[in-house]
Design a protein. Structure first.
Length: 155
């Protein structure tokens, strides 16, 4: 591998010992904290389907959010470089995961639905094409083994 390597240290601290540790499947909470340097901690848990806290972020949501954020960051940068003025961006992304009978599972698809507000004189065709380029460049999308699709809407 050639090129510049980046390193991302993250600490996950389980906070769900309710006194008996993992003595039984129902004896512990799935809660944890996600830390990276001096940034505010993210409160995590598992999906509520797996006894997690619905008020906390789960890994599946964080994966979908990472794909969405990566695409957005590339897209905005590409637009800035191409002279296309974006004034607002919101993505209602969704991910689908299949759980197998034995408990293992995997994501089968993520769909990004960015709603992009452009300046009045923007080239909408060029703006649409840059979503394809953003997808080709997104570090996270290039790292997963399932389809990541985008259905942009322009305002």
């Amino acid at each position: 591998m050639s090129g510049k390597e980046h390193h991302y240290p993250v600490t996950i601290t389980w906070t769900g010992n309710q006194g008996a540790g993992t003595s039984a499947y129902r004896a512990y909470s799935r809660d944890h904290l996600i830390n990276a340097g001096t940034k505010p901690a993210i409160q995590g848990s598992s999906d509520p389907s797996f006894r997690g806290d619905p008020a906390r972020w789960n890994p599946e949501e964080l994966l979908v959010a990472s794909l969405s954020a990566c695409h957005k960051l590339w897209y905005l940068g590409l637009c800035a470089g191409a002279g296309i003025v974006v004034t607002a961006y919101e993505d209602r992304a969704e991910g689908w995961m299949v759980e197998e009978a034995g408990g293992a599972g995997q994501f089968t698809r993520v769909l990004l639905r960015p709603r992009v507000t452009l300046a009045a004189d923007a080239d909408v065709e060029k703006a649409a094409h840059l979503h394809h380029t953003a997808h080709e460049m997104c570090f996270i999308a290039r790292s997963v083994n399932f389809p990541v699709e985008a259905e942009p809407e322009f305002v």
